[in-house]
Design a protein around this ligand. Structure first.
Ligand SMILES: NC(=O)c1ccc[n+]([C@@H]2O[C@H](COP(=O)([O-])OP(=O)(O)OC[C@H]3O[C@@H](n4cnc5c(N)ncnc54)[C@H](O)[C@@H]3O)[C@@H](O)[C@H]2O)c1
Length: 355
Protein backbone atom coordinates (compact mmCIF):
# COMPACT_ATOMS: atom_id res chain seq x y z
CA UNK A 1 0.00 0.00 0.00
CA UNK A 2 1.07 3.57 -0.59
CA UNK A 3 0.49 6.15 2.10
CA UNK A 4 0.87 9.92 1.99
CA UNK A 5 4.00 10.94 3.90
CA UNK A 6 2.32 13.77 5.80
CA UNK A 7 -0.37 11.41 7.12
CA UNK A 8 2.28 8.91 8.16
CA UNK A 9 4.26 11.70 9.85
CA UNK A 10 1.20 12.75 11.85
CA UNK A 11 0.65 9.15 13.05
CA UNK A 12 4.31 8.75 14.03
CA UNK A 13 4.24 12.06 15.91
CA UNK A 14 1.17 11.03 17.93
CA UNK A 15 2.84 7.75 18.91
CA UNK A 16 5.97 9.51 20.20
CA UNK A 17 3.90 12.10 22.06
CA UNK A 18 1.95 9.24 23.66
CA UNK A 19 5.36 7.83 24.64
CA UNK A 20 6.10 10.97 26.66
CA UNK A 21 8.01 13.13 24.15
CA UNK A 22 7.43 16.86 23.87
CA UNK A 23 5.72 17.97 20.65
CA UNK A 24 9.11 19.26 19.44
CA UNK A 25 10.90 15.98 20.09
CA UNK A 26 8.07 13.89 18.62
CA UNK A 27 8.32 16.09 15.52
CA UNK A 28 12.09 15.64 15.20
CA UNK A 29 11.95 11.85 15.55
CA UNK A 30 8.99 11.40 13.23
CA UNK A 31 10.44 13.79 10.62
CA UNK A 32 13.64 11.73 10.64
CA UNK A 33 11.81 8.41 10.21
CA UNK A 34 9.55 9.72 7.43
CA UNK A 35 12.56 11.25 5.69
CA UNK A 36 14.22 7.80 5.73
CA UNK A 37 11.09 6.31 4.10
CA UNK A 38 10.97 9.11 1.54
CA UNK A 39 14.62 8.53 0.67
CA UNK A 40 13.98 4.85 0.06
CA UNK A 41 15.40 3.50 3.34
CA UNK A 42 12.30 1.80 4.75
CA UNK A 43 14.69 -0.10 7.02
CA UNK A 44 15.18 3.15 8.97
CA UNK A 45 11.70 4.60 8.59
CA UNK A 46 8.43 4.18 10.47
CA UNK A 47 9.07 0.43 10.66
CA UNK A 48 11.36 1.29 13.59
CA UNK A 49 8.45 2.68 15.68
CA UNK A 50 7.59 -0.68 17.35
CA UNK A 51 11.24 -1.14 18.31
CA UNK A 52 11.47 2.37 19.74
CA UNK A 53 8.26 1.88 21.74
CA UNK A 54 9.61 -1.45 23.03
CA UNK A 55 12.79 0.33 24.13
CA UNK A 56 10.70 3.01 25.90
CA UNK A 57 9.17 0.19 27.93
CA UNK A 58 12.61 -1.27 28.64
CA UNK A 59 13.76 2.19 29.74
CA UNK A 60 16.67 2.13 27.28
CA UNK A 61 15.50 5.31 25.52
CA UNK A 62 14.57 8.33 27.60
CA UNK A 63 12.29 11.01 26.14
CA UNK A 64 13.17 14.70 26.21
CA UNK A 65 16.93 14.40 26.62
CA UNK A 66 19.10 16.70 24.53
CA UNK A 67 22.50 15.29 25.55
CA UNK A 68 25.39 17.22 27.06
CA UNK A 69 29.06 18.02 26.53
CA UNK A 70 31.14 15.59 28.59
CA UNK A 71 34.57 16.90 27.74
CA UNK A 72 35.94 19.50 25.35
CA UNK A 73 39.21 20.96 24.23
CA UNK A 74 38.82 23.43 21.37
CA UNK A 75 37.89 21.56 18.24
CA UNK A 76 37.39 18.23 20.01
CA UNK A 77 34.24 17.40 21.96
CA UNK A 78 32.93 14.27 23.67
CA UNK A 79 29.13 14.36 23.77
CA UNK A 80 26.92 12.20 25.99
CA UNK A 81 23.58 11.34 24.39
CA UNK A 82 22.15 10.54 27.86
CA UNK A 83 20.13 7.69 26.30
CA UNK A 84 17.95 10.22 24.54
CA UNK A 85 16.40 9.66 21.11
CA UNK A 86 19.36 9.39 18.73
CA UNK A 87 17.66 11.64 16.19
CA UNK A 88 17.68 14.45 18.77
CA UNK A 89 21.07 14.00 20.41
CA UNK A 90 23.00 13.14 17.21
CA UNK A 91 21.57 16.27 15.57
CA UNK A 92 22.66 18.30 18.61
CA UNK A 93 26.16 16.77 18.46
CA UNK A 94 26.33 17.49 14.72
CA UNK A 95 25.29 21.13 15.20
CA UNK A 96 28.13 21.40 17.72
CA UNK A 97 30.55 19.82 15.22
CA UNK A 98 29.45 22.34 12.58
CA UNK A 99 29.92 25.31 14.94
CA UNK A 100 33.38 24.13 15.99
CA UNK A 101 34.47 23.42 12.40
CA UNK A 102 33.29 26.86 11.30
CA UNK A 103 35.38 28.37 14.10
CA UNK A 104 38.50 26.18 13.94
CA UNK A 105 38.46 24.89 10.35
CA UNK A 106 38.04 21.34 11.63
CA UNK A 107 36.25 19.55 14.45
CA UNK A 108 35.99 16.09 15.96
CA UNK A 109 32.86 15.19 17.92
CA UNK A 110 32.47 11.83 19.63
CA UNK A 111 28.86 10.95 20.46
CA UNK A 112 28.19 8.11 22.89
CA UNK A 113 25.24 6.68 24.77
CA UNK A 114 22.66 7.63 22.14
CA UNK A 115 19.60 5.54 21.37
CA UNK A 116 19.40 4.56 17.65
CA UNK A 117 20.45 7.58 15.55
CA UNK A 118 18.67 6.26 12.44
CA UNK A 119 19.81 7.19 8.95
CA UNK A 120 23.39 8.44 9.41
CA UNK A 121 23.21 10.39 6.14
CA UNK A 122 20.96 12.88 7.98
CA UNK A 123 24.00 14.18 9.87
CA UNK A 124 26.21 14.26 6.78
CA UNK A 125 23.49 16.24 5.00
CA UNK A 126 23.48 18.80 7.85
CA UNK A 127 27.25 19.31 7.41
CA UNK A 128 27.05 19.47 3.60
CA UNK A 129 24.21 22.00 3.89
CA UNK A 130 26.56 24.16 5.98
CA UNK A 131 29.22 23.93 3.23
CA UNK A 132 31.35 21.48 5.22
CA UNK A 133 32.82 18.08 4.44
CA UNK A 134 32.23 15.34 7.02
CA UNK A 135 33.11 11.75 7.80
CA UNK A 136 31.09 9.77 10.38
CA UNK A 137 32.01 6.36 11.78
CA UNK A 138 29.28 4.52 13.70
CA UNK A 139 29.00 1.41 15.86
CA UNK A 140 26.03 -0.28 17.50
CA UNK A 141 26.09 -1.75 20.99
CA UNK A 142 23.42 -2.86 23.45
CA UNK A 143 22.25 -5.82 21.39
CA UNK A 144 23.75 -9.01 20.13
CA UNK A 145 26.08 -8.92 17.12
CA UNK A 146 24.44 -9.51 13.74
CA UNK A 147 27.29 -9.38 11.20
CA UNK A 148 29.88 -12.10 10.70
CA UNK A 149 33.55 -11.16 10.28
CA UNK A 150 35.10 -12.21 6.95
CA UNK A 151 35.90 -15.94 7.23
CA UNK A 152 33.76 -16.21 10.40
CA UNK A 153 30.71 -18.49 10.76
CA UNK A 154 28.76 -16.45 13.31
CA UNK A 155 27.99 -12.81 14.17
CA UNK A 156 30.57 -10.70 16.02
CA UNK A 157 29.93 -7.16 14.73
CA UNK A 158 27.06 -4.82 13.87
CA UNK A 159 26.18 -3.24 10.52
CA UNK A 160 28.68 -0.44 11.39
CA UNK A 161 27.57 2.36 9.07
CA UNK A 162 29.90 4.94 7.56
CA UNK A 163 28.92 8.29 6.05
CA UNK A 164 31.00 10.73 4.01
CA UNK A 165 29.37 13.98 2.91
CA UNK A 166 30.55 16.61 0.41
CA UNK A 167 28.67 19.87 -0.21
CA UNK A 168 26.61 20.10 -3.39
CA UNK A 169 28.31 21.49 -6.47
CA UNK A 170 24.89 21.84 -8.13
CA UNK A 171 21.73 22.92 -6.34
CA UNK A 172 20.07 20.21 -4.23
CA UNK A 173 22.60 17.50 -5.11
CA UNK A 174 24.94 17.02 -2.11
CA UNK A 175 27.22 14.02 -2.42
CA UNK A 176 26.30 11.67 0.43
CA UNK A 177 27.85 8.25 0.83
CA UNK A 178 25.81 6.65 3.61
CA UNK A 179 26.10 2.91 3.95
CA UNK A 180 26.10 -0.04 6.25
CA UNK A 181 29.37 -1.99 5.93
CA UNK A 182 27.36 -5.21 5.87
CA UNK A 183 25.91 -6.53 2.60
CA UNK A 184 22.53 -5.24 3.79
CA UNK A 185 21.19 -3.36 6.82
CA UNK A 186 19.25 -5.56 9.32
CA UNK A 187 16.18 -3.39 8.68
CA UNK A 188 16.24 -4.52 5.04
CA UNK A 189 16.15 -8.16 6.18
CA UNK A 190 13.20 -7.21 8.46
CA UNK A 191 11.42 -5.55 5.52
CA UNK A 192 11.88 -8.76 3.45
CA UNK A 193 10.58 -10.88 6.36
CA UNK A 194 7.52 -8.63 6.83
CA UNK A 195 6.80 -8.71 3.11
CA UNK A 196 7.19 -12.49 3.13
CA UNK A 197 9.80 -12.47 0.35
CA UNK A 198 13.22 -14.10 0.04
CA UNK A 199 16.33 -11.91 0.04
CA UNK A 200 17.48 -11.18 -3.53
CA UNK A 201 20.81 -12.95 -3.00
CA UNK A 202 22.48 -14.87 -0.20
CA UNK A 203 23.48 -11.89 1.91
CA UNK A 204 23.11 -13.87 5.11
CA UNK A 205 24.26 -17.14 6.61
CA UNK A 206 22.11 -19.38 8.77
CA UNK A 207 23.01 -20.46 12.29
CA UNK A 208 25.08 -23.27 10.80
CA UNK A 209 27.19 -20.74 8.85
CA UNK A 210 25.63 -21.68 5.46
CA UNK A 211 24.50 -19.02 2.91
CA UNK A 212 20.70 -18.55 2.76
CA UNK A 213 18.16 -16.19 1.15
CA UNK A 214 15.59 -16.80 3.93
CA UNK A 215 15.26 -13.56 5.98
CA UNK A 216 13.80 -15.58 8.89
CA UNK A 217 17.31 -16.86 9.60
CA UNK A 218 17.97 -13.50 11.28
CA UNK A 219 14.84 -13.59 13.46
CA UNK A 220 14.85 -17.09 14.91
CA UNK A 221 17.00 -18.80 17.52
CA UNK A 222 19.77 -19.79 17.00
CA UNK A 223 20.31 -16.73 14.83
CA UNK A 224 22.27 -16.48 11.59
CA UNK A 225 24.43 -13.54 10.55
CA UNK A 226 24.60 -10.93 7.80
CA UNK A 227 27.78 -11.08 5.74
CA UNK A 228 30.10 -8.07 5.47
CA UNK A 229 30.02 -6.20 2.14
CA UNK A 230 32.94 -6.69 -0.26
CA UNK A 231 34.39 -9.68 1.59
CA UNK A 232 37.61 -8.83 3.49
CA UNK A 233 37.44 -5.11 2.59
CA UNK A 234 33.96 -4.63 4.05
CA UNK A 235 34.89 -6.54 7.17
CA UNK A 236 38.08 -4.48 7.58
CA UNK A 237 36.09 -1.24 7.18
CA UNK A 238 33.44 -2.44 9.68
CA UNK A 239 36.19 -3.26 12.15
CA UNK A 240 37.62 0.26 11.72
CA UNK A 241 34.14 1.76 12.30
CA UNK A 242 33.84 -0.33 15.46
CA UNK A 243 37.23 0.85 16.73
CA UNK A 244 36.80 4.54 15.82
CA UNK A 245 33.21 4.93 17.03
CA UNK A 246 33.37 2.57 20.00
CA UNK A 247 36.93 2.60 21.35
CA UNK A 248 38.45 5.92 20.16
CA UNK A 249 35.05 7.67 20.51
CA UNK A 250 34.78 6.52 24.12
CA UNK A 251 31.33 4.89 24.06
CA UNK A 252 32.38 1.23 24.09
CA UNK A 253 32.67 -1.55 21.54
CA UNK A 254 30.49 -4.58 20.88
CA UNK A 255 32.56 -6.77 23.22
CA UNK A 256 30.41 -9.38 25.01
CA UNK A 257 29.96 -7.18 28.10
CA UNK A 258 28.19 -4.56 25.93
CA UNK A 259 25.69 -6.95 24.33
CA UNK A 260 22.44 -8.56 25.36
CA UNK A 261 20.38 -5.56 26.53
CA UNK A 262 18.07 -5.96 23.52
CA UNK A 263 18.29 -2.26 22.77
CA UNK A 264 20.10 -0.14 20.16
CA UNK A 265 22.83 2.20 21.33
CA UNK A 266 24.83 4.10 18.73
CA UNK A 267 28.22 5.77 19.08
CA UNK A 268 29.36 8.09 16.29
CA UNK A 269 32.77 9.68 15.75
CA UNK A 270 32.45 12.63 13.36
CA UNK A 271 35.22 14.55 11.62
CA UNK A 272 34.09 17.82 10.07
CA UNK A 273 36.27 20.02 7.81
CA UNK A 274 35.77 23.49 6.39
CA UNK A 275 37.13 22.89 2.87
CA UNK A 276 37.49 26.60 2.15
CA UNK A 277 40.52 26.55 4.46
CA UNK A 278 42.23 24.32 1.90
CA UNK A 279 41.21 25.59 -1.56
CA UNK A 280 38.97 28.24 -3.13
CA UNK A 281 35.29 27.21 -3.00
CA UNK A 282 34.69 28.14 -6.66
CA UNK A 283 37.64 26.10 -7.82
CA UNK A 284 36.46 23.14 -5.74
CA UNK A 285 32.90 23.41 -7.05
CA UNK A 286 34.18 23.42 -10.68
CA UNK A 287 36.39 20.43 -9.97
CA UNK A 288 33.53 18.46 -8.36
CA UNK A 289 31.20 19.32 -11.24
CA UNK A 290 33.78 18.37 -13.87
CA UNK A 291 34.56 14.97 -12.36
CA UNK A 292 30.85 14.30 -11.70
CA UNK A 293 29.98 15.03 -15.33
CA UNK A 294 32.90 12.95 -16.60
CA UNK A 295 32.09 9.90 -14.45
CA UNK A 296 28.32 9.98 -14.98
CA UNK A 297 28.75 10.29 -18.75
CA UNK A 298 29.97 6.70 -18.86
CA UNK A 299 27.58 4.82 -21.20
CA UNK A 300 24.94 2.90 -19.23
CA UNK A 301 25.35 -0.89 -19.34
CA UNK A 302 21.58 -1.26 -19.01
CA UNK A 303 19.12 1.13 -20.64
CA UNK A 304 17.28 3.15 -17.97
CA UNK A 305 20.11 2.68 -15.46
CA UNK A 306 22.39 5.70 -15.86
CA UNK A 307 25.55 6.15 -13.81
CA UNK A 308 24.73 7.97 -10.55
CA UNK A 309 26.73 9.55 -7.75
CA UNK A 310 26.30 8.75 -4.04
CA UNK A 311 23.18 10.47 -2.71
CA UNK A 312 21.38 10.38 -6.08
CA UNK A 313 19.23 7.29 -5.36
CA UNK A 314 17.92 8.88 -2.13
CA UNK A 315 17.26 12.23 -3.86
CA UNK A 316 15.38 10.55 -6.71
CA UNK A 317 13.41 8.34 -4.32
CA UNK A 318 12.41 11.41 -2.33
CA UNK A 319 11.01 13.11 -5.43
CA UNK A 320 9.01 10.03 -6.38
CA UNK A 321 7.70 9.09 -2.92
CA UNK A 322 6.79 12.64 -1.90
CA UNK A 323 4.51 12.62 -4.93
CA UNK A 324 3.16 9.07 -4.95
CA UNK A 325 3.34 8.02 -1.29
CA UNK A 326 5.45 5.76 0.88
CA UNK A 327 5.00 1.98 0.52
CA UNK A 328 3.98 0.23 3.72
CA UNK A 329 3.31 -3.50 4.10
CA UNK A 330 0.46 -4.89 6.18
CA UNK A 331 2.73 -6.46 8.81
CA UNK A 332 4.64 -3.22 9.44
CA UNK A 333 1.32 -1.33 9.69
CA UNK A 334 -0.02 -3.92 12.17
CA UNK A 335 3.12 -3.57 14.30
CA UNK A 336 2.77 0.25 14.33
CA UNK A 337 -0.90 -0.02 15.38
CA UNK A 338 0.06 -2.45 18.18
CA UNK A 339 2.86 -0.14 19.33
CA UNK A 340 0.40 2.80 19.47
CA UNK A 341 -2.15 0.68 21.36
CA UNK A 342 0.47 -0.36 23.91
CA UNK A 343 0.73 3.37 24.74
CA UNK A 344 -3.06 3.71 24.96
CA UNK A 345 -3.40 5.26 21.50
CA UNK A 346 -5.96 4.29 18.88
CA UNK A 347 -4.23 4.43 15.51
CA UNK A 348 -6.73 4.76 12.68
CA UNK A 349 -5.78 3.58 9.21
CA UNK A 350 -5.27 6.57 6.91
CA UNK A 351 -6.50 6.38 3.32
CA UNK A 352 -4.16 4.14 1.43
CA UNK A 353 -3.94 3.32 -2.23
CA UNK A 354 -2.78 0.03 -3.70
CA UNK A 355 0.85 0.20 -4.83
N1 LIG B 1 21.99 3.81 12.96
C1 LIG B 1 22.49 2.64 12.68
O1 LIG B 1 22.94 1.94 13.57
C2 LIG B 1 22.54 2.15 11.26
C3 LIG B 1 23.12 0.89 11.02
C4 LIG B 1 23.19 0.44 9.70
C5 LIG B 1 22.68 1.20 8.66
N2 LIG B 1 22.12 2.41 8.95
C6 LIG B 1 21.54 3.21 7.86
O2 LIG B 1 20.91 2.35 6.94
C7 LIG B 1 20.77 3.03 5.70
C8 LIG B 1 20.89 2.06 4.58
O3 LIG B 1 22.22 1.65 4.37
P1 LIG B 1 22.57 0.72 3.11
O4 LIG B 1 23.97 0.27 3.23
O5 LIG B 1 21.51 -0.30 2.97
O6 LIG B 1 22.41 1.77 1.92
P2 LIG B 1 22.44 1.50 0.32
O7 LIG B 1 23.19 0.25 0.02
O8 LIG B 1 21.06 1.62 -0.21
O9 LIG B 1 23.27 2.76 -0.22
C9 LIG B 1 24.59 2.95 0.19
C10 LIG B 1 25.18 4.16 -0.49
O10 LIG B 1 25.38 3.87 -1.88
C11 LIG B 1 24.88 4.94 -2.67
N3 LIG B 1 24.41 4.37 -3.92
C12 LIG B 1 23.40 3.47 -4.09
N4 LIG B 1 23.27 3.16 -5.39
C13 LIG B 1 24.20 3.89 -6.05
C14 LIG B 1 24.58 4.00 -7.43
N5 LIG B 1 23.96 3.30 -8.38
N6 LIG B 1 25.57 4.84 -7.75
C15 LIG B 1 26.20 5.56 -6.79
N7 LIG B 1 25.92 5.50 -5.47
C16 LIG B 1 24.92 4.66 -5.12
C17 LIG B 1 23.76 5.55 -1.88
O11 LIG B 1 23.54 6.90 -2.26
C18 LIG B 1 24.32 5.43 -0.46
O12 LIG B 1 25.14 6.52 -0.17
C19 LIG B 1 21.79 4.17 5.76
O13 LIG B 1 21.08 5.39 5.85
C20 LIG B 1 22.57 3.92 7.04
O14 LIG B 1 22.99 5.10 7.73
C21 LIG B 1 22.05 2.90 10.22
Amino acid sequence: MLIDHDKLRAIAKRVFEAGGSSAEEAGIVSDHLIEANLRGHDSHGVGMIPRYVGNLRLGTVTPNRKGRILKESGAIVAYDGERGYGQVVAAAATRLAIERAEKNGVSVVALRNAHHIGRVGTYGEMCAEAGLVSVHFVNVIGHNPIVAPHRGGDARLSTNPLCVAVPAAEPGRPIILDMATSKVALGKVRVAKNRGVAMGAAHIIDSGGKPTTDPNAMFQKPTGAILPMAEHKGYALAFICELLAGAIGGGGTLRPENQGLDTITNCMLSFVIDPSRIAERDWMRDEILAITRYVTASPAQNPGEPVLIPGDPERLSRLERAKNGVPLDAETWREIVNAGESLGLRVEAPNMSAS
